[in-house]
Design a protein around this ligand. Structure first.
Ligand code: R5P
Length: 299
């Protein structure tokens, strides 16, 4: 087995290769003067089991093309098995035609990834709203892992959490709120009602305000993009009288000035996984991936 890292995959790919006792190589990626990409697989993959690792955040369009070129080339060159680890899959939030004529991007991208000659696709906490089981759109070879257990484990290891409550900022975050609550031995959880006003602004309203008052709130979500959701959720929680606030998210995209907005909140802690590399990525996903890939490889 070997591990190949795409241009945003080296930080996880290298660590993963240690767990899998495999060699790690960076895929060669360059940009031509006209903006097209050049991709070269630097090693003979014929007959090998190949783990491809990339994170398709920040420059989603280039990274999608890079991924398609890389995976198809790995297949062309005769790899025996291809495990594709895409720690963050973009476009998942546009999962419906909200206005006439819009592309349902989530379905188009799922169709594209499903068409590639790979044996398994792994990701983390895919944004799922209208499709609760991603295998409905990505097929049976899709593995949706979660970083939420490790995120709340991290918070409970480094902080003394007396009388806490898990808070999801919107309806779809209930799946992660439940996991976090389980991980902390069944502490209560609640979710907010969220309405999006613009790309960076939302309003949230609590479903059951009494449950948070006086408690330490751990807000869990899949993505921080502009930070609008977290900023508004923290504001509402503080108005409701929470004692302290921790935030844990899987994918810290931190678009534009999101990080500055979040720092100003003076949270007790703000932590993300490394599915997207950021200043708050303190929880590593390589061990979770290694367990899952080893299980598939030995079955
Ligand atoms: C949306 O429903 C997601 O779960 C996140 O809450 C959202 O993507 C966060 O985006 P932002 O940080 O821009 O509010």
């Amino acid at each position: 087995m070997i591990v190949l890292g795409g241009s945003e995959g080296a930080h996880i790919g290298f660590e993963l290769s240690k767990y899998l006792r495999a060699r790690y190589y960076d895929i060669e990626v360059k940009e031509f003067p006209d903006g097209e990409l050049y991709v070269r697989i630097p090693v003979d993959v014929g007959g090998l089991d190949v783990v491809y690792v990339n994170s398709l955040a920040k420059r989603p369009n280039d990274l999608l093309v890079e991924t398609v070129l890389s995976l198809e080339t790995i297949a062309d060159l005769g790899a025996r098995t291809i495990y594709s680890v895409l720690t963050y899959i973009p476009y998942a939030r546009q999962d419906s035609r909200f206005n006439p004529g819009e592309a349902v991007s989530a379905l188009v991208i799922a169709k594209l990834l499903k068409s590639l000659r790979v044996d398994r696709i792994y990701t983390f906490d895919l944004h799922l709203h209208r499709f609760r089981d991603p295998r409905q759109v990505f097929g049976d070879n899709f593995v949706n892992l979660t970083a939420v257990r490790d995120l709340v484990k991290y918070i409970s290891t480094y902080h003394k959490l007396d009388d806490c409550v898990i808070v999801g900022p919107d309806e779809e975050s209930e799946q992660w709120a439940k996991i976090a609550s389980e991980e902390l031995g069944g502490v209560p959880y609640t979710v907010m009602e969220k309405k999006r006003i613009s790309a960076s602004e939302v309003v949230v309203e609590p479903r059951n305000p009494d449950i948070v008052r006086g408690r330490a709130a751990i807000v869990v979500d899949d993505i921080i993009s502009t930070g609008g959701t977290i900023v508004e959720t923290v504001r509402v929680l503080r108005n409701l009288g929470v004692r302290e606030v921790y935030v844990a998210v899987t994918h810290a995209i931190l678009a534009g000035r999101a990080y500055n907005r979040l720092v100003q909140l003076e949270l007790q802690d703000l932590v993300a996984s490394d599915t997207v590399l950021s200043p708050i990525s303190r929880v590593r996903t390589a061990p979770i991936l290694a367990r899952s890939i080893s299980t598939s490889a030995s079955s």
